[in-house]
Design a protein around this ligand. Structure first.
Ligand code: IPM
Ligand code: MG
Length: 368
């Protein structure tokens, strides 16, 4: 009966925003006849508490059997003292690796009505609309060896490894070029080629592949300079491709200049197999359980899921439009509100967006 969505709500505000996203999906069923079923599975700290591991094999199995995965967030102070392989984050990295979702798309978009929420001046952030393509299953996050050592004299040393194969670089670079072809045909590749061997190979691959995309304007930036230029001229970028750790850092930076990290969705895609969709904001333990987390990043992640994994780009646009209408009409959660503006709870924001999903149906009916 319809598609199957695995729901991994995780920790902190993860369950709150994911629950809101499920209400949104139910509204799509009610008003647009979208058929789906969901299966819930544990990941992160909650999985550790219940099963002694942040990624039970049943969760991986459940994801593999689904058409798409909706994830909330993982992590929290409760699990901070666990060894690395038992931490909630290990569950998230594990599921990304198990599903080989190597292409992480993070659209950085400014909503005009939220310009005032940006820490940057309006004229700088206005027109900012780019997408970060972050390599997600290689690099420093996964390279071996990755360990802590103690020599005979008791001295401690540590090692993390930044490893990439040429093939891993090429497949992510191709995703970025393909995306650029569907956008403004401008690709910025970010590396640290003045220091790192992995970055030198990265740059070589981009230079080789670009011959197949003669229409795409290619620019190479060193990551430190990219961090600066995202602040100086965010409106100039279109598609930005980079390795795992650089992408992690730059996407938080880019998110916050758009006003709130609470607005940023993401899609993680593999060559074949289900995609993984998650808001970029973390588990936000400081506000968890209070009912006022911003659910919009989760809603926009659902929109990406409808487009990339469920073959319903039309419904993806319905969700995006409803979110846009809600913002235009003044709906603000605490992270977005300024001054005297009313602060909506997660539930109120959800109802507000769903009201536009419903109105969208009436609008479509009236225009046929
Ligand atoms: C993200 C997060 C994760 C990452 C953490 C929670 C492991 O920061 O998705 O950006 O570093 O990839
Ligand atoms: Mg991050």
């Amino acid at each position: 009966m319809g598609v199957q969505i695995a729901v991994l709500s995780g920790d902190g505000i993860g369950p709150e925003v994911t629950d809101a996203a499920l209400h949104l999906l139910h509204a799509l069923r009610q008003f647009y006849g979208f058929e789906f079923q969901t299966v819930a599975a544990d990941i992160g700290g909650i999985a550790y508490d219940r099963h002694g591991t942040p990624l039970p094999s049943a969760t991986v199995e459940c994801c593999r059997q689904s058409d798409a995965i909706l994830l909330g967030a993982v992590g929290g102070p409760k699990w901070d003292s666990l060894p690395g392989h038992l931490r909630p984050e290990a569950g998230l990295l594990g599921i990304r690796k198990a599903l080989t979702v190597f292409a992480n798309l993070r659209p950085i978009r400014v909503w005009n009505e939220l310009l005032g929420a940006s820490p940057l001046r309006e004229r700088i952030v206005k027109n900012c609309d780019f997408i970060i393509v972050r390599e997600l299953t290689g690099g420093l996050y996964f390279g071996e060896p990755k360990e802590r050592r103690r020599d005979a004299d008791g001295n401690v040393s540590v090692v993390d490894t930044l490893a990439y194969t040429e093939r891993e670089i090429e497949r992510i670079v191709r995703v970025a070029f393909d995306l650029a072809m569907r956008r403004k045909k401008h690709l910025t590749s970010v590396d640290k080629a003045n220091v790192l061997e992995s970055s030198r190979l990265w740059r070589e691959v981009v230079q080789r592949v670009r011959h197949e995309y003669p229409e795409v304007l290619v620019e190479h930036l060193l990551v430190d300079s990219a961090a600066m230029q995202i602040i100086q001229r965010p409106g100039d970028f279109d598609v930005m491709v980079t390795e795992n750790l650089f992408g992690d850092i730059l996407s938080d930076e880019a998110a916050v200049i758009t006003g709130s990290i609470g607005m940023l969705p993401s899609a993680s895609l593999s060559a074949e197999g289900p995609g993984l969709y998650e808001p970029v904001h973390g588990s936000a333990p400081d506000i968890a359980g209070q009912g006022y987390a911003n659910p919009l990043a989760s809603f926009l992640s659902v929109a990406m899921m409808l487009e990339h994994s469920l073959q319903r780009p039309d419904l993806g646009r319905v969700v995006e439009t409803a979110v846009a209408h809600a913002i235009e009409s003044g709906a603000r959660t605490r992270d977005l509100a300024r001054g005297e503006e009313a602060r909506l709870s997660t539930r109120e924001m959800t109802r507000w967006v769903i009201s536009y999903i419903e109105k969208g149906v009436h609008y479509a009916e009236n225009t046929i």
